[in-house]
Design a protein around this ligand. Sequence first.
Ligand code: HEC
Length: 122
Amino acid sequence: MNKFVGKHVVIAALAVLAGYAASAQAADVVGNAKAGQGKVAMCIGCHGIPEYRTAYPEVFRVPKIGGQNQAYLENALHAYKKGDRHFDTMHAIAVSLSDQDIADIAAYYAAQTAASKNNPDK
Ligand code: HEC
């Protein structure tokens, strides 16, 4: 009897947790491009350089993210954060960002065009 109840309590708890996680994800985190502008200083060093190549610790290509689709950028950052997408430096950076930071930064980069003022050409 106790075992039976215990099992159901666990299942109920898991269901609640799953529901919570789902609603936490859906909780509309709205990106603000203006706020994002103040959060990209650490990105420009890599993403804003000509040819999009870093020199340290080794030369590798850095993707252009300015003007990229907002949802795509958000997904990419969440993927680096969770470890679904692997790249050490991007993972290190992404884990330091909150969901709001990610939304803001994605909004900022998505709003960039070649003609944007202060466009570090990323
Ligand atoms: C140390 C250099 C470096 C810094 C700093 C850096 N990035 Fe990156 N980023 C990269 C590299 C290299 C890649 C490509 C990694 C790969 O192949 O997955 C990348 C990939 C990305 C991608 C995926 C692009 C795509 O086309 O899929 C996004 C989005 C991104 N970075 C956003 C950012 C943001 C936002 C910041 C600042 C908060 C930042 N990065 C800081 C080097 C950097």
